[in-house]
Design a protein around this ligand. Structure first.
Ligand code: FES
Ligand SMILES: [Fe+2]
Length: 371
């Protein structure tokens, strides 16, 4: 796709990317013997924990007659379907028992599987790996292995605090993601007396560089027009503050702020639930203000406020998007959004051809905008 100075008409295609790890639920929502329903990429899932506390993810449909397994029961090891009592191993999905079989009926129960997915727990969340939709053999296939590890929140010291928050967005994953990387909405959406005023809008210049499956914005000394950064510089007694923000396919935004021995990092994901619904989850970790009473409450408050503002904005936007308007992306402020669509297209193309992914950024680029 060629870059041009004219506004580019572009409609998000809302394609969801399979073959990645996705956050499915905050850890706290999966407890005891409860079977929790969840949806990722329009795939119905049932999430639970075994007796040891290890999470599992099964396809939420019994391979017998399709009853959602989430209506059944968990005994800490096996999930029992509520319809005819078939039992499945919670992790492998392998069938363990079919109560209706008589002693002389020789059906090989162990060859039957409820769909299961790789499932791990990290940094306050349960993650599930969603492979390409299985074409054949459903009901008789084991779970695919995940080819790479779960993305983690970057940590830079032994002691730190961690917090998370989550917000549902009534829009496609594409709108959720480009909303997240859009630099021009700040002065209009994120106003607060303690952050910045709309009048503080000014020209900015940021350097970007390609990284595998994504791009990085790197900066020394971020936005001087915000009070919290001024405070941070004072507090950390550091000459320079460095910030990097990475975007990595399919949906990861990693932010790291370092000032001397202090650091703050976050991993934000925008998860496709269905075609027109996504969820934003932010997990932040920091060693700043660790011993200051209310320090972490304050950070959570600031974060929650920003995410709430974005959520409310996207709720309003979704009213407009219902009518499928033509959209345009302009340079330079919307260039990261263009890169996102190009990365996604390049990823799908590489997958189709089996070749190397062609990165849309040939090298470092400087972008300018006012915000
Ligand atoms: S539908 Fe699950 S046991 Fe029959
Ligand atoms: Fe925002």
């Amino acid at each position: 796709m060629p870059e041009s100075d004219s506004p580019q008409r572009q409609t998000p295609d809302s394609l969801m990317l399979y073959g990645f790890w996705y956050r499915v639920l905050p850890s706290g929502q999966v407890s005891g013997n409860r079977l929790q329903k969840a949806v990722l990429l329009e795939t119905p899932l049932v999430i639970g924990r075994d007796r040891q506390g290890l999470p599992f993810a099964l396809h939420d449909a019994c391979p017998h007659r399709g009853m959602p397994l989430s209506f059944g029961w968990l005994d800490g090891q096996q999930v029992e379907c509520c319809y005819h009592g078939w039992r499945f191993d919670a992790h492998t999905g392998q069938c363990q028992l079919i109560p209706s079989l008589t002693a002389d009926q020789k059906l090989r129960v162990d060859r039957i599987y409820a769909g299961s997915y790789p499932c791990e727990e990290h940094d306050d969340y349960v993650w599930v790996y969603i492979p390409e939709p299985a074409p054949v053999g459903a009901g008789f296939t084991k779970a695919a292995d995940s080819p790479f590890p779960v993305p983690r929140v970057p940590i830079f010291s032994e002691k730190y605090k961690m917090a998370h928050l989550t917000a549902d967005l009534p829009c496609s994953v594409d709108h959720g993601i480009i909303g997240l990387m859009d630099p021009a909405h700040g002065p209009f959406v994120h106003q607060a007396w303690w952050w910045r005023k709309r009048e503080s809008i000014h020209e900015k210049q940021k350097s970007f560089e390609p990284i595998p499956d994504g791009f990085r914005m790197s900066a020394h000394t971020p936005s001087s027009n915000s009070a919290p950064y001024k405070l941070l510089r004072l507090y950390a007694n550091a000459d320079s503050i460095t910030t990097t923000i990475d975007f990595v396919l399919p949906n990861l935004r990693l932010e790291t702020i370092r000032a001397g021995k202090y650091w703050f990092s976050s991993l934000t994901t925008v998860t496709p639930v269905t075609r027109d619904h996504c969820r934003i989850d932010v997990v932040a970790a920091w060693n700043l203000f660790r011993w200051v009473p209310f320090g972490s409450e304050l950070l959570k408050f600031v974060f929650a406020k920003f995410v709430r503002q974005d959520q409310q904005t996207m709720e309003k936007q979704s009213e407009g998007l219902k009518h499928h308007p033509h959209l345009m992306l302009i340079d330079d402020a919307d260039r990261p959004a263009k890169w996102y669509f190009q990365l996604k297209a390049a990823h799908l193309e590489a997958k189709r051809t089996g070749g190397e992914m062609k990165h849309p950024l040939p090298g470092p680029v400087t972008l300018k905008w006012r915000s």
